[in-house]
Design a protein around this ligand. Sequence first.
Ligand code: ADP
Length: 482
Amino acid sequence: MTMQSKLLERTGGYIGGQWITEAPGGNFDVINPANGDVLARLPNMAAPECVAAIEIAERSLRPGEPVSERRRWLEILHDRLLAMKEEFAKIITSENGKPLREALVEVEYAAGFFRFFAEQTPRLEPEVLPGRMRNCTWTIHRRPAGVAGLIAPWNFPLAMMGKKVAAALAAGCGIVIKPARQTPLSMIALCHVAEQIGLPVGRLNVVFGPAGPIGETFCTHPAVRVISFTGSTETGEWLAIKSAPHLKRLALELGGNAPFLVFEDANLERAADALIANKFRVAGQTCVCANRVLVQARAAAQFTELVAERVRKLRVGDGFDPASDLGPLIDRAQYEKVAAHVRDALARGARRIAGSDPPPLSHDWGAFFPPTVLTGVTRDMKVCCEETFGPVVAIATFDTEAEAVAAANDTCYGLAAYAFSEDADRLDRLSSQLQFGHLGFNTGTGPRPEAPFGGFKRSGYGREGGVDGLFEFCESQVVARA
Ligand code: ADP
């Protein structure tokens, strides 16, 4: 049974306005992680198809293209995404498994990037510097960097790639997308919309298939000038190494290990509500979700109970069932990893106060994992030192603020961190001490299109969103004219 949607009337790779359904590498199936249904069969493309896409994207570049035209495309794409919100959300839920209401929020979030970057396009107009240094007029142009190779993961199939596409389109780049194997359909749907609105042929292209050969082609083909990647730190490093001899510009949004600090002077109910919203979005499979919950010892028992009582009420099920609070994990590998983290914590002395042993799996597609709360967590446990990416709340304690800061920063990652306290001075101190690109104080909210998002340390470099996110895809060119 393949998925029916007016946005998926044709499926396949998309190169130069053509839908590609066959490739020498054969095909792969897109599977609904909630029930194993085959949603689509897509071609396994490889380096030759990727080269074709890059070269067509390069030919679509138009020197001197009016910025106002790009603004118009972005505005229309924003409007179309919202007008077809339900249609996009159903595709997201089918391929990713997340509850439909979360998918609807994702479509709005993705649309927000098209609106935001449309509004920012005036920043790309030439800027004349004041004065006449060396008897010249000095003009700064923001040129499109060239072809952008975009790679994104499966946890936000529309938004993760949408934010990159919106910025690259605004900047005037040609685009080649490689979505995650698990969730390629949202990008096929986006191509349908791009086709309908008359985006120049070749400006937006999509390839699927084994990640290595496609990633390597992005790294080595001279026309690709920017690679924007969201995914694991290991893959980010691999891309950096492969592309280093070619001096590509990279924007890398990599792994996280977000601490969630709760001080004894916090509003504990509010902190517990925020933790549930933050931790269980996409069943805990987001790079900004709390990985380590660190609670001041005197508040630990009360806070833990507030969290556990909420977690015990969470309903796990098919994302199309309105009663479901969280859907399945994306695939067997993810399920096994989360199960191994819980086993490791229990073996090292953690206590499970909500959740149960995950049942063994007899299939490879996604599976439902019981929402779990662990207490007595210590820094030697995998739940503490690795990113679990699942519905597991791992709670440890601290005594002093200094200890909390040291524990929070005790990770090679630096993407997101959260702190809850009613003491404004404490929050001010924390903001300069926590080594993370995104801080949530008395909120568990993640990034917004208007704000630059990215990591410190091994969470990568470069920013998405904000004006910074736009300039990742531009080259500044200066003309001094006598
Ligand atoms: P995750 O664990 O979040 O899936 P990955 O880094 O494995 O993280 O995958 C994120 C994205 O990167 C996916 O689209 C995946 O296909 C892609 N990817 C994985 N390995 C490579 C690679 N060597 N080159 C390019 N893309 C890759």
